[in-house]
Design a protein around this ligand. Structure first.
Ligand code: PLP
Length: 380
């Protein structure tokens, strides 16, 4: 077998769904000559806000820049503290550091893997400027408990598109600034891109100004009345986003179907070998529903390590990744903020054993079966 033949056999970890509709949408923008600050931006914002049921939304250049502007909007600033989960992508914490705020971590719930509201409550001080629940792996955080804390909330919903809370409100639709990201592995992909869903039209005015160098809508070109950034999303990206909106529900359904195949195929490994699987919908609050983003499992305590499993999978043509490493144990956070092992034991145990398996809307049942059989073989 040549190396090309072997390469063809590799099951990738993620893959966006891009078709003729996205190609046509991009071509239309290119031919219009209106590549930025054009009509596709508000159209994408409207469609996205409608999907999650938010009052309004602002499109920005990434999930990370969305976090930065959302933090600024709720008053995260120099010397304040942002309480969040250590089991997240590093951007959740980094964006607080951009404003010279301190990321204060609190441990996660062992079932949902989301920030534990009681642990978050214990971490709140008079310096807390925001609490940031992360809807990790698309599973809805317990927002009712966070709302009871009486602290400004920013929701990191970068992984949460399509998830629904027990009360029927979609992730990102509760009125707190909620951020989404459109990197190619996400439920909706524009290459790079992000969105902030908002309950306040007034907040949108500030955010739209800050994403555009601090220019108010009624101001002239090159006139600026506040500090701003270039966090704009181009019309090309927004056009891709609009084409993706048309197929969003189908893509979400396909991910949920693939998750069902995995759950069935890996069920015996969970019961007989102690493999950790994503918690089912309604695991802690009846009616909570995941928006499927990744399929992450935890290797058992008593077998090969997570990294050994990843290596063995790779040797057999299955891509997988450690997902996610604990943020507080990253060298930057250890060095700058003094975090150490042992501070968040639930997160540390889960993070050390977690890996993401191949997961994307076009994955076939045969591919899921091959991944699952390979994993079973490695853990046997
Ligand atoms: C939880 C979380 N927050 C923030 C981000 C940042 O998004 P982006 O990569 O679009 O900047 C990501 C990206 O994966 C994420 O998973």
């Amino acid at each position: 077998m040549s190396s090309t033949d072997r390469d063809l056999d590799v099951i990738p970890i993620a893959q966006p769904v891009i078709g003729p509709e996205e190609e046509a949408a991009v071509l239309e923008v290119l031919r219009s000559g209106h590549l930025s600050l054009g009509p596709k931006v508000p159209e994408f914002e409207r469609r996205f806000a409608e999907f999650v049921g938010s009052t309004t939304a602002s499109a920005v250049s990434s999930g990370t820049t969305a976090l930065h502007l959302a933090y600024r909007a709720v008053g995260v600033t120099d010397g304040t503290e942002v309480v969040t989960s250590p089991f997240t992508f590093v951007a959740t914490a980094n964006a607080a550091v951009y404003e010279r705020a301190r990321p204060v971590f609190a441990d996660i719930d062992p079932v949902t893997l989301n920030l534990d509201p009681e642990a978050a409550a214990a971490a709140i001080t008079e310096r807390t400027s925001a609490v940031v629940p992360v809807h990790i792996f698309g599973y809805p955080a317990d927002m009712v408990a966070f709302e009871a804390l009486g602290v400004p909330i920013v929701e990191d919903a970068a992984q949460g598109l399509g998830g629904v809370h027990h009360d029927g409100i979609a992730i990102g639709g509760r009125g707190h600034p909620s951020i989404f990201g459109f990197y190619p592995n996400k439920q909706l992909a524009t290459g790079e891109g992000g969105m902030i869903t908002l309950g306040s039209a007034e907040m949108k005015v500030t955010i739209d100004s800050e994403r555009n160098q601090g220019r108010a809508p009624n101001m002239d070109w090159l006139d600026h009345d506040r500090l701003g950034f270039n966090y704009r999303l181009s019309d090309i990206a927004c056009a891709i986003g609009l084409a993706q909106m048309d197929r969003l529900q189908d893509m979400l359904d396909a991910r949920a179907r693939a998750a069902g195949w995995y759950r069935e195929a890996l069920g015996p490994l969970a019961t007989e070998r102690g493999l950790g699987l994503p918690c089912p919908d309604g695991a802690t609050i009846e009616g909570d529903r995941r928006g499927w983003f990744v399929f992450v499992v935890q290797v058992p305590h008593d077998g090969p390590s997570r990294d050994e499993v990843i290596r063995a999978l790779r040797e057999r043509g299955v891509q997988s990744k450690p997902y996610l490493p604990a943020v507080h144990l990253m060298s930057y956070y250890r060095d700058q903020f003094g975090y150490r092992e042992g501070q968040f034991p639930v997160c540390e145990d889960i993070a050390a054993r977690s890996l993401a398996l191949p997961f994307f809307p076009q994955i076939t049942q045969a591919q899921v079966a091959r991944v699952s059989a390979t994993l079973a073989d490695i853990l046997a």
